[in-house]
Ligand binder design. Structure first.
Ligand code: SF4
Ligand code: SF4
Length: 399
């Protein structure tokens, strides 16, 4: 028998976190007398900021090391997962880990009776608005927490790693038991609070709590998955030599006017998206010029629409926009679709301003991704329609 864990993480920002969870599952399962190994995969090579990636851990009570490796090693994807960990709840909208593989449901690999373990501050019903239906029952477990982004090769060490181990132990004790998790963490770190964090996470999923943190999801719950999964060409259908058809170029003015690679929409890379107040826009062109993914489409009246399917949520546009509250980065889970904000504004400007301010909410959240210090929350402001206030940009070095 083999049990499989997949750890869905965002490339670079959570790389070390994913790796630590995978390797510690191996160490803990080994202490329980099981055979185990873990491996990772590049979901995009080179692994880039925010791209959905996976780390895997495999555990078996009865196979030899060689048999386990023969069955699970050197695979880019697994067929099924007993526990699928989701390190950032915005990945519940679907992940496209490889160009041409399409946007996949986050629970695609979860087996019948298996578990999807999501770190989130939201409720099950909020997440199920985005998660695809399964033909069978599985558990949706939520551990309270934010996405725990760190920087390039940095581990934030905010006990998320320990809490994940406790959560896995609660959902599938045959994989790793909470006692083995605690004793491993104590032996390895000599720090009691790490074992306590794992136990608290375990308790939050095992004990009756209101509202319950583990929900059995039925085959009726979730959404019908509408993203098409591309059919890859067979090897004998590929043209000889390295023929890579060029992306058709074109720069028509208007929504979706830019030429972009239709086969590689990197929208699932983002955890936040830019929300725009067009009534505050001075048409300075900076967002259009600076966006690294060419998401802004010039419109015939000089504004810039956004094509969210290609937006990776880097926040560059919000940083360069010189007008207060004109572009604000907002939690991706607050949006149901990728429709054009410019068309919305043109059809109903007052309704759009009200809608976008509701999405923006009161707080402005940002991540200091270089040093991995975590989430920074500042107060937002609702600007009256058309009230343009410039902001002085200050260069700040993260210490
Ligand atoms: S956040 Fe802004 S700059 Fe970054 S990819 Fe999206 S639209 Fe472009
Ligand atoms: S950066 Fe801001 S003000 Fe300038 S064009 Fe873009 S949205 Fe308008």
């Amino acid at each position: 028998m083999i049990k499989r864990v997949e750890i869905n993480y965002r490339g670079i920002f959570q790389k070390n976190l994913g790796k630590k969870i995978g390797s510690d599952i191996v160490m803990i399962a080994s202490r329980m007398g099981q055979r185990a190994f873990s491996n990772g995969r590049y979901s995009d090579s080179p692994e880039r900021n925010g791209i959905p990636c996976k780390y895997f851990a495999f555990v078996s009570p009865d196979l030899s090391e060689e048999e386990l490796e023969a069955e699970c090693g050197a695979k880019l994807e697994i067929d099924e997962a007993n526990v699928s960990v989701v390190r950032d709840d915005t990945m519940c909208k679907g992940v496209e880990p490889w160009g041409w593989h399409g946007i996949r449901p986050i629970n695609e690999k979860v087996v019948k009776g298996g578990s999807l373990l999501v770190f989130s501050k939201k409720e099950h019903s909020d997440l199920l608005k985005f998660i695809g239906k399964k033909p069978y029952e599985y558990n949706l477990a939520i551990l309270d927490g934010d996405a725990s982004f760190a920087g390039l090769w940095v581990n934030k060490d905010d006990l998320t790693h320990e809490r994940t181990l406790g959560g896995i132990a609660a959902l599938d004790p045959a994989l790793i038991s909470i006692e083995a998790v605690e004793s491993y963490l104590l032996d390895k770190t000599k720090q009691k609070h790490r074992a306590e964090a794992a136990r608290a996470a375990y308790d939050s999923l095992r004990q009756e709590s209101k509202p319950p943190r583990v929900k059995v999801v039925t085959s009726q719950e979730g959404i019908d998955w509408t993203h098409e999964i591309p059919i890859l060409p067979k090897w004998f259908e590929m043209p000889e030599g390295a023929v890579v058809p060029a992306v058709k170029r074109g720069f028509q003015v208007g929504p979706r006017g830019q030429s972009r690679n239709l086969t590689f929409k990197r929208g699932t890379t983002k955890s936040q998206r830019p929300a725009v107040r067009f009534d505050l826009c001075t048409k300075c062109t900076l967002c259009w010029a600076e966006c690294p993914d060419e998401c802004f489409d010039p419109t015939s009246d000089g504004f810039y629409d956004i094509e969210y399917q290609y937006c990776v949520g880097c926040g560059k546009c919000a940083e360069v926009c010189p007008v207060k509250e004109c572009i604000v980065m907002v939690d991706e889970l607050r949006f149901e679709d990728n429709s054009s904000p410019y068309e919305h504004w043109k059809s109903d400007s007052k309704g759009y301003i009200q809608w976008v301010e509701e999405k923006k909410g009161k707080d402005r959240v940002s991540y200091s991704v270089v040093t991995g210090k975590g989430v920074i929350v500042t107060a937002g402001e609702v600007m009256p329609e058309g009230k343009i206030v410039g902001i002085k940009k200050v260069e700040e070095a993260e210490l």
